[in-house]
Design a protein around this ligand. Structure first.
Ligand code: NAD
Ligand code: UDX
Length: 476
């Protein structure tokens, strides 16, 4: 029986290894992690991450050909193929701080592989890494191995959170990069044959190692760029009376552009986009390509502008002061159908509102109270290393923020509502009931354009929808 070991039981490692186990019953898959709490959660009925369909896949395979363990050395040593899906956050200190990828976790995984391996192995980069990381990893492995040979492949993951299982079961494509040597190509074929158990062959794309590593960074940069582009248009729409959803629709009908990633929003979040663009910027700068670096930096600057613009809109609409006013925040996750809050725009928006002394009442269907308070207490660099930090929550944060269990409690007596995540349940709330329970004038700031602004206006709300013509009240 072929044995696979997945290092890193996070948002990528957990679901990816579970789907391989599901689709390849003849392969034994063990997912290992240094975090005892994560592994015990994977072995329980309360998985450490919320992802539609994940629980069912894990329940089907766990204990049969899918296992979770903290014994990293043993399972690495036993495996024929090792997927490394450890976190690669932005470096918080030292050379390249704030931009370069922190490869500490990757390097420590590589050292364990080198120290414990007694047989030849295929090592697969699942984590998103800077271009030419495979070369560095190869050096660590070959200089520390005892005559064992390793083939390194790049196999970046393209799943999106919230649809991870669907994306893994029906990927647009699987990308595999390998060395152009006979041994390298043999390893590529071995990995290809695993995916071929459920992915059509024409969707499995093979390249050289560096193209594969760079394609992952480029992929995220292109997606984020589309969102920043439509968000730039949203500001122009508000200034001119154009409607961003109509502009998006018109663009989407151009087959050269297509329809996805054109929803204007309060800004993109998630653990990948900002980190991977910064990574790209750093690589460009390191290669002396200043113009290239500046081009991609602008995608992040536009995202920051969009979050900042939203906060300013809230403050300016509410008579230039939100001091002491209760503001309901609906949604904290970085998108719907996930409990993940990494780099969620809600963090920056809430912090912006708190700087103006608002009193926040936050409701999210899946994010825990503890997580929200920690996110609001951490600075942006600490947020990149959440697994290892337990920040102290200051009394002022506690005083300004209440986490509540439903949207009606959040909005009661509030002056305004900010919708920051597009959870479906927010579309069907009883807004008449909410209006009666709020202070007047009652404001809605829809950061995701999911609410029916016309109906809300009929009820009596003053409504701001990103990129839509402004209510007379909100015009300068
Ligand atoms: P994560 O933080 O959820 O999980 C990483 C896990 O690795 C953690 O549980 C950590 O404890 C563990 N770990 C770190 N060092 C280890 C070691 N030496 N040995 C064993 N375990 C170790 O991260 P994630 O969101 O799953 O992302 C993992 C990688 O995949 C990153 O490079 C990320 O950029 C990339 N990626 C993420 C997504 C996504 O949507 N989250 C999508 C595609 C690619
Ligand atoms: C992203 C990439 O899509 C995926 O390919 C990669 O593997 C990991 O990074 P993820 O971060 O999980 O996936 O979610 P995604 O659906 O891309 O959304 C990212 C952010 O952009 C979210 O905050 C989302 O709300 C926002 N977004 C997305 C928009 O604001 N508008 C859109 O049109 C699409």
């Amino acid at each position: 029986m072929v044995k696979i070991c997945g290092i890193g039981a996070g948002y990528v490692g957990g679901p990816t290894m579970a789907v391989i186990a599901l689709k390849c019953p003849s392969i034994e898959v063990t997912v290992v992690d240094i975090s005892h709490s994560r592994i015990s959660a994977w072995n329980s009925d309360h998985l450490p991450i919320y992802e539609p369909g994940l629980q069912e896949v894990v329940q089907q395979c766990r204990g049969k050909n899918l296992f979770f363990s903290t014994d990293v050395g043993k399972h690495v040593s036993d495996a024929d193929i090792i997927f490394v899906a450890v976190n690669t956050p932005t470096k918080s200190r030292g050379l390249g701080a704030g931009k370069a990828a922190d490869l500490t976790y990757w390097e420590s995984a590589a050292r364990v592989i080198a120290e414990t391996s007694k047989s030849n192995k295929i090592i697969i980069e699942k984590s998103t890494v800077p271009v030419r990381t495979a070369e560095a990893i190869e050096r660590i492995l070959t200089h520390n191995s005892n005559g064992v040979s390793f083939q390194i492949l790049s196999n970046p993951e393209f799943l999106s959170e919230g649809t991870a299982i669907e994306d893994l079961l029906n990927p647009d494509r699987v990308l595999i990069g390998g060395r152009q040597t006979p041994e390298g190509q043999k390893a590529v074929q071995a990995l290809k044959s695993i995916y071929a158990q459920w992915v059509p062959e024409d969707k499995i794309v093979t390249t050289n190692l560096w193209s594969s590593e760079l394609s992952k960074l480029a992929d995220n940069a292109f997606l984020a760029q589309r969102i920043s582009s439509i968000n730039a248009m949203s500001a122009l729409c508000e200034a001119t009376g154009a409607e961003v959803s109509e502009v998006s629709h018109a663009l989407s009908k151009n087959s050269k552009i297509g329809s996805r990633f054109l929803n204007s929003s309060v800004g993109f979040g998630g653990s990948c986009f900002q980190k991977d663009i910064l990574n790209l910027v750093y690589i460009a700068e390191s290669n002396g390509l200043t113009e290239v670096a500046n081009y991609w930096k602008q995608v992040i600057q536009m995202n920051d502008y969009q979050k900042d613009r939203f906060v300013k809109r809230v403050v300016s609409s509410m008579f230039n002061t939100i001091s002491g006013k209760k503001i309901a925040v609906l949604g904290f996750a970085f998108k719907k159908d996930t409990s993940d809050t990494r780099k969620t725009p809600a963090i920056d928006v809430c912090k912006g509102l708190m700087r103006d002394d608002a009193s926040l009442s936050i409701y999210d269907p899946k994010v825990s109270e503890d997580q929200i308070l920690r996110d609001l207490a951490m600075d942006s660099v600490e947020c990149d290393h959440p697994v290892h930090l337990q920040p102290v929550i200051s009394p002022s944060t506690m005083k300004q923020v209440r986490i509540v269990q439903d949207a009606y409690e959040a909005t009661k007596d509030a002056h305004g509502i900010c919708v920051l995540t597009e959870w479906d349940e927010f579309k069907t709330l009883d807004y008449q009931r909410i209006f009666f329970s709020m202070q007047k004038p009652a404001f809605v700031f829809d950061g995701r354009n999911i609410l029916n602004a016309g109906k809300l206006r009929e009820i009596g709300f003053i409504v701001y929808s990103i990129g839509k013509p402004l209510d007379p009240w909100l015009r300068p």
